[in-house]
Design a protein around this ligand. Structure first.
Ligand SMILES: [Mg+2]
Length: 258
């Protein structure tokens, strides 16, 4: 059961926050190829009916997640820059002022990538942010080195924020956007007594930090790490529960739903 029973004591005031890539969906070489693991959508809908909130919180666009997961759950895209409300995607009012700046960054990044002639690097346009993927690069080690320099330069030149993910770099508006904010905000709004988060990546560590803060307020918290060969050791060390890949997470979530 893996401590799932702690979340079943008061489901009506318990929240589940779940990452998408590598957590609910197996990692894929081309990001647009990602899809939820079989059965994930139905399972999430069942959890949403049982718990106070079942939310997917991801760096992906909310529109993609809405298409794949439906409107039965709460969806937060782009690390909290977007959310779904009754089947529609709404942008956080905080990011609107940065749309034109991010367009400029995207044009600059595309031009510089073309000059660098790095084969197999994908630029993913997410409107309010952009992601450079090097999983499919012909030389990923060299691509990481060169892209690392490029994103640092773009970040300082345009005054935006850079972050590294699994085989990718991201450029974001210069405002605080993180899964942690979503979890803290919703936990407070809904007065949750227990909060769980499941993730697989370094970008999920701030979500664990958020759970630490909620635990300090006296709420019950549960950190779930989805293990893979690429999972960061710190995530696994800090986890209360470790599951084996998205399939393992679905099995664990099923024990909550049943
Ligand atoms: Mg992930």
């Amino acid at each position: 059961m893996g401590r799932a029973d702690l979340l079943l004591e008061r489901p009506e005031s318990t929240g589940l926050f779940i990452d998408f890539d590598g957590t609910l969906s197996p990692m894929v070489a081309v990001p647009s190829d990602a899809r939820p693991a079989p059965g994930a959508r139905d399972l999430l809908e069942r959890l949403a009916r049982k718990f106070a909130i079942t939310a997917v919180v991801s760096g992906r666009s909310a529109a993609d997640l809405l298409e794949w997961l439906g409107s039965g759950i709460e969806i937060w895209g782009l690390h909290g820059a977007e959310r779904t409300v009754e089947g529609r995607v709404e942008m956080s009012p905080r990011v609107g002022p940065y749309l034109s700046l991010m367009q400029e960054v995207r044009r600059d990044a595309a031009r510089r990538l073309e000059e660098m002639k790095l084969s197999g690097v994908l630029l993913e346009d997410k409107d309010v942010m952009l992601t450079l993927h090097y999983r499919t690069a012909s030389d990923p080690v060299e691509a990481e080195r060169l892209l690392g320099k490029l994103v640092l330069d773009l970040a300082s030149r345009h005054g935006v924020v850079q972050a590294q993910g699994k085989m990718s770099f991201e450029l974001r508006p210069p405002i605080e956007l993180s899964k942690a904010d979503v979890i803290l905000e919703r936990s407070t709004e809904l007065q949750l007594t227990a909060v769980a988060f499941a993730g697989d990546d370094v970008v999920d560590l701030p979500a664990f930090d958020a759970l630490d803060a909620l635990a300090a307020e006296g709420r019950m918290t549960l950190r779930v790490a989805v293990a893979s060969p690429e999972a960061p050791p710190e995530l696994l060390q800090r986890a209360d529960v470790v599951v084996d890949g998205p399939k393992g997470l679905l099995e664990w979530l099923r024990t909550l739903a049943d």
